[in-house]
Design a protein around this ligand. Structure first.
Ligand code: ZN
Length: 219
């Protein structure tokens, strides 16, 4: 696989940055793709740019602002509150079809640059209820993309069955623990590294980090 080319869906967050390191270890050439859909915080895009520059990775930023036109939501509009889903409802950060669109565009890019592998950091374990982060969806989409473009893509989801602590562990195993901790942005309030500590994304990240650090101390 070391000779192959791979496209990584990359947001500059903890998960996709860990995936980027995962891909760098495995593939000859790695290309990152970031989707600009008028995120609440432009710092997300800036962070993604900085990381790819530092790692010397080719980076495409695709304009997906039409998504906000279709489905305004808490990730793009500051007047919509970020809330966890309650009583079986989806969280306010859910954007219908987002992953379907992003992965399809990643597929188009992969086809254009001649990459066989597509990597995404979606995860079913700590899954906040997003249907398009499920393993079954990714498998189905893999078949669809291959049929639609007559390609033999392999979609990789290295984080699919990991919890947040295990994702930190993976970053550590890849030699990227400090990098991921200090340079990635997960926070819904646009603060890098440990973030605001208050939003759902920060709480999830922090909890996973503490669990992993406790586990590491135990050995
Ligand atoms: Zn936060």
């Amino acid at each position: 696989m070391k000779k192959d080319k791979a496209v990584v869906v990359f947001s500059g967050g903890q998960d996709s940055t860990t995936c980027l390191f995962w891909a760098i270890e495995r593939f000859e050439e790695v290309i990152a793709v970031t989707f600009d859909y008028n995120q609440r915080h432009n710092s997300e895009i800036e962070c993604a740019v900085k990381i790819t520059e530092e790692l010397g990775i080719k980076h495409h930023i695709l304009d997906m602002s039409l998504l906000n036109q279709l489905a305004p939501n808490a990730l793009t509009r500051s007047d919509i509150e970020v809330k966890d889903g309650e009583n079986g409802e989806l969280p306010s950060t859910f954007v219908p079809g987002r992953n379907l669109l992003f992965m399809s565009f990643a597929g188009v890019l992969a086809s254009q640059v001649g990459a066989k592998h597509i990597i995404t950091g979606v995860c079913e374990t700590d899954f906040s209820g997003y249907p398009d982060c499920r393993d079954i969806f990714i498998k189905s989409l893999n078949v669809t993309l291959n049929l639609s473009m007559d390609e033999q893509f392999v979609i990789h989801t290295p984080l699919m069955w990991l919890n947040k602590a295990e994702t930190w562990k993976l970053a550590d195993e890849l030699g990227a623990f400090d990098f991921v901790r200090e340079k990635t942005l997960t926070c819904y309030n646009g603060l890098i590294a440990d973030g605001c500590g208050e939003c759902p994304a920060c709480k999830l990240r922090q909890k996973g980090l503490e669990d992993y650090l406790n586990e590491r101390k135990g050995f």
